[in-house]
Write a protein that binds this ligand. Structure first.
Ligand SMILES: Nc1ncnc2c1ncn2[C@@H]1O[C@H](COP(=O)(O)OP(=O)(O)OP(=O)(O)O)[C@@H](O)[C@H]1O
Length: 247
């Protein structure tokens, strides 16, 4: 089980022995991982394995009890979420989180503000986002609540991109989506990877993960890493077995 990939450049996000807990319940035990620019690492595991807890520790929504999180070599372990966003680490939380009563455009503007984009640059940034997600351009004046589930997920991803991240943490983006939107979400993530983002992707669709989108796979079980390998070295059966072996 290789712990690092020294041939692939310096990590952008370097996580070492991170522990996250709810009171006395430790949900993530000393997890380490590294994300590099232009790569997707898939984080898989059964329900309750600790995936969301880890994501929330990395983005600052939950405190990290011990261990370190370095972004570009700088220690961000204790920074609040907004400070991590302004340094280039943004999360797309589980469940298509958007401000439902705001328009598509106003959701995106909130993202732009979160990323410190200056007022004078907003329109060009919005155009850039609409070019990537044309459906959002078409619906920019509509309330987010009036979008379909798949469109809301697109908006959640676009709002995260509005902060101009270098590291993107994406928690189960395919959850509850029709297959056509699952494909669109994965296409969008692959394009972002190809543009140089470092992406940590929580995903239940193991076939999709191993089918080309992720280069590295980490399996969590009861808060611990039980498999860490290149996706090309793993079969769907390997991963499924490691996810469910302790049931
Ligand atoms: N707010 C909370 N308070 C206390 N315990 C929690 C809380 N949220 C999660 N847990 C517990 O932490 C552990 C990890 O949960 P987590 O949601 O991180 O798992 P997960 O792998 O993301 O699962 P899922 O795929 O169902 O989202 C579980 O035992 C869960 O019951």
């Amino acid at each position: 089980m290789p712990d690092s990939y020294p041939d692939r450049g310096a990590p952008l996000l370097d996580v070492t022995d991170v522990r996250v807990a709810y009171g006395d319940l430790v949900a993530v035990w000393e997890v380490s991982l590294q994300l590099r620019p232009g790569g997707i690492t898939a984080l898989v595991g059964r329900n309750g394995a600790g995936k969301t807890t880890l994501i929330n520790g990395l983005c600052g929504l939950l405190p990290v009890r011990s261990g370190t999180v370095l972004l570009d070599g700088r220690d961000i372990t204790a920074l609040p979420p907004w400070a991590r966003v302004s340094r280039g680490l943004t999360v797309v939380q589980e469940g298509k989180r958007v401000f439902r009563e705001l328009t598509v455009r106003d959701n995106l503007v909130l993202g732009l503000r979160g990323g410190g984009v200056k007022r004078g640059e907003r329109e060009s940034e919005l155009e850039r986002l609409y070019a990537r997600f044309p459906i959002l351009g078409d619906r920019q004046r509509q309330r987010a609540a009036d979008l379909s589930g798949g469109q809301q997920q697109m908006l959640a991803i676009a709002t995260a991109l509005a902060t101009r991240p270098r590291v993107l943490l994406v928690d189960e983006p395919s959850s509850g989506l029709a297959p056509v939107f699952v494909d669109l979400v994965f296409e969008a993530l692959a394009a972002l990877r190809d543009e140089g983002l470092a992406i940590l992707l929580v995903e239940q669709l193991v076939d999709e993960v191993l089918g080309g989108i992720a280069e590295d796979v980490i399996v969590l079980d009861r808060g611990r890493v039980v498999v860490r390998d290149r996706a090309s070295n793993l079969s769907v059966e390997d991963v499924a077995t490691s996810i469910y072996s302790s049931l």
